[in-house]
Design a protein around this ligand. Structure first.
Ligand SMILES: NC(=O)C1=CN([C@@H]2O[C@H](COP(=O)(O)OP(=O)(O)OC[C@H]3O[C@@H](n4cnc5c(N)ncnc54)[C@H](OP(=O)(O)O)[C@@H]3O)[C@@H](O)[C@H]2O)C=CC1
Ligand SMILES: O=C(O)C1=N[C@H](C(=O)O)C[C@H](O)C1
Length: 263
């Protein structure tokens, strides 16, 4: 039995994660974490998620003795704090949080030298399949094709472009032998489009779960690769799968391509 701690247990993803974990026979939620001002403190994590009563109360203290794998979908700053606890106490971590800066990503990579870490901006199987399709599309269609990545999310999302959109850009840039930094156009821009650039467009509205389209627009034809998440269960089930996978891995920095055997 893998003992799971869920950070951000009262959040949109936190509740979906608790729900998904209670459906897995080999997983047990043994800790649930929220920030110290949260009104969810002291509530049963299962009931909060609309699932069965678990007897696990939401706490603001991460007790390293209480879990084997931490699943964290919160914000960059708390995630990095929780990561430090995992490093100090040799615990495993699955990070779904997006919006890290360069320094945050470097700290996660560094942690992978001592503990097993899965870090992925999107845990759904479909999006990870799309990353492979993008690689093929980018190589086949070549640099003469304009690329735009369009993403749409709910009105509460704080980071933009989404972590998934940025990873799509990285995959396409890499397939062209370049870095995204070199090729990325800012989301709002005026003027003619430079050759070979990768553009981003962001929609924030209502309760859209998460939609991503990469447009490859060439002379006389257009290829569109789209993923639409219809429920957060797809991310949560992927994260639980990642927790199961990482429970028996050596230290390292992994992503969902490793978990799904797509590398
Ligand atoms: N990798 C993937 O597949 C996916 C990634 N995400 C990412 O997951 C993250 C969370 O998304 P979402 O669930 O929608 O956001 P929410 O705001 O609904 O949830 C985040 C939760 O974390 C809590 N939190 C904040 N600070 C702390 C802290 N110090 N300790 C513990 N908990 C804390 C928040 O509390 P409070 O509200 O009180 O501040 C909130 O309950 C985002 O970065 C998002 O992009 C989302 C979906 C899929
Ligand atoms: O905040 C969200 O909701 C989501 N965030 C992730 C991202 O930034 O890519 C993944 C998913 O699209 C939902």
């Amino acid at each position: 039995m893998v003992r799971l701690a869920i950070a951000g247990a009262a959040g949109r993803m936190g509740r979906a994660l608790v729900e998904a974990a209670t459906r897995a026979d080999d997983m047990s939620v043994t800790a649930a974490l929220e920030r110290s001002e949260s009104p969810a403190l002291g509530r049963d994590a299962g009931e909060l998620a609309g699932a069965v009563r678990l007897g696990v109360l939401v706490s603001d203290r991460l007790d390293p003795a209480a879990f084997d794998v931490l699943i964290d979908f919160t914000r960059p700053e708390p995630t990095l704090g929780h990561l430090d606890v995992c490093v100090r106490h040799a615990r495993r971590i699955v990070i779904g949080t997006t919006g890290f800066d360069e320094a945050g990503r470097a700290r996660i990579a560094e942690a992978g030298r001592t503990i097993p870490v899965v870090f992925a901006p999107n845990m759904s199987v479909g999006v990870n399949l799309c990353f492979k399709l993008l690689e093929i599309a980018a190589r086949t269609l070549g640099e003469g094709t304009d690329v735009e990545i369009v993403e749409a999310h709910h009105r509460h999302k704080v980071d933009a472009p989404s972590g998934t959109a940025l990873r799509m850009g990285e995959v396409i840039a890499q397939a062209r032998g370049r870095s995204l930094q070199e090729l990325m156009l800012p989301p709002a821009r005026a003027g003619a489009r430079p050759d070979g650039a990768i553009g981003f467009a962001v929609v924030r509205a209502g309760e859209i779960v998460g939609e991503h389209t990469a447009l490859f627009v060439g002379r006389g034809e257009r290829v569109e690769i789209t993923h639409r998440a219809e429920s957060r269960a797809t991310f949560a089930e992927g994260a639980v799968r990642a927790a199961r996978w990482i429970a028996t891995r050596d230290p390292g920095l992994y992503d969902m391509q490793d978990v799904l055997g797509l590398r």
